[in-house]
Design a protein around this ligand. Structure first.
Ligand SMILES: [Zn+2]
Length: 299
């Protein structure tokens, strides 16, 4: 709701082709084998206009990736500003930190240095460059959207990941890509082969109504939502919300507006709503009342 990019992406292919021009549309679709080009695929980050056809025809894959990451910085900045205006009625002074553009590292060690020096995050990527770059990209977006980043992120082998959970939960952990550990104040990421195809996996999970957004950054946003939420609660309040499940009527609203996973318990509701709002979604007053009452993290 309310995001021009969102409206574009949900329109029929005929309308999308018309909106950006059939030549532009087909160029992006054919050259990069993109199933459904999004509005951002056509934007020039320097002018905010549509990219001219000759640029789309000639830009290399690397140029295109750089342009898309610059466009993302602008989209996130606009989201941050519009969220502040809709929450406070104005843009808060002094909160406008300089945006960080994520530049993919060439080695895992370099990715850890980027996390430390640019993002202020102590990261251990355990030699996995690809996952390190994905996590850094998500954390740069969190920064640009005006949220505090996690202090520590560690990539762990499935064996070490399990050690943070009681044995009765071990079976369910096989496909859990990341988790927030309140006692350590750390986001732990499980080194699973799924990370290589996370973008592709998340889209069907969103379509099946499981997660609130199909964004590549969804997992890190969700876990950071838990972290920012925990920072506003005592241990007792946190444990109470973990045990509380929404009743049937509320559950139906949550599944319709947010997703099925969000209806698991109130901690998951807050984390999924947070990830949704960070990605430009808005929710009904009923759900926002629960969000505020349960001390969901504020913009
Ligand atoms: Zn969660």
């Amino acid at each position: 709701m309310g995001d021009p990019g969102d409206l574009f992406d949900k329109a029929s292919e005929r309308l999308r082709r018309m909106a950006v021009g059939a030549c532009r549309y087909d160029t992006v679709k054919n050259r990069f084998r993109t199933q459904a080009p999004q509005l951002r695929d056509f934007l020039n980050p320097h002018t905010g206009d549509l990219v001219v056809q000759s640029t789309l025809q000639n830009e290399t894959l690397a140029d295109r990736e750089k342009r898309l990451s610059q466009v993302q910085v602008i989209i996130d900045r606009n989201r941050k500003l519009s969220r502040e205006v809709s929450t406070f009625g104005f843009v808060r002074p002094g909160k406008d930190l300089a945006p960080i553009e994520h530049i993919p590292a060439a080695t895992a060690a370099e990715a850890e240095i980027f996390a430390r020096d640019k993002l202020g995050v102590m990261a251990d990527f355990a030699g996995n460059l690809q996952v390190g770059n994905k996590i850094n990209a998500s954390m740069a977006r969190l920064h640009n959207l005006g949220f505090e980043k996690p202090q520590q992120v560690s990539l762990l082998s499935p064996e070490d990941f399990k050690k943070h959970f009681p044995p009765r939960e071990h079976q369910e952990l096989a496909h859990v890509p990341a988790a927030y550990v309140p006692g350590l104040d750390r986001i732990i990421v499980q080194d699973l082969p799924q990370w290589d195809r996370m973008e592709k996996d998340l889209q069907p999970l969103h379509r099946q109504n499981w997660f609130s957004t199909p964004s590549e950054s969804h997992l890190i946003f969700h876990e950071n939502g838990h972290r920012l939420h925990k920072m506003r609660l005592t241990n007792k309040q946190w444990n109470r919300l973990a045990d509380q499940k929404p009743d049937e009527a509320l559950s139906a609203i949550i599944k319709k507006e947010v997703g099925d996973y969000a209806a698991s318990d109130f901690l998951e509701l807050i984390a999924e709503m947070f990830a949704g709002m960070v990605n430009g979604k808005t929710y009904s007053p009923i759900l926002m009342a629960h969000y505020f009452e349960k001390k969901g993290p504020l913009p």
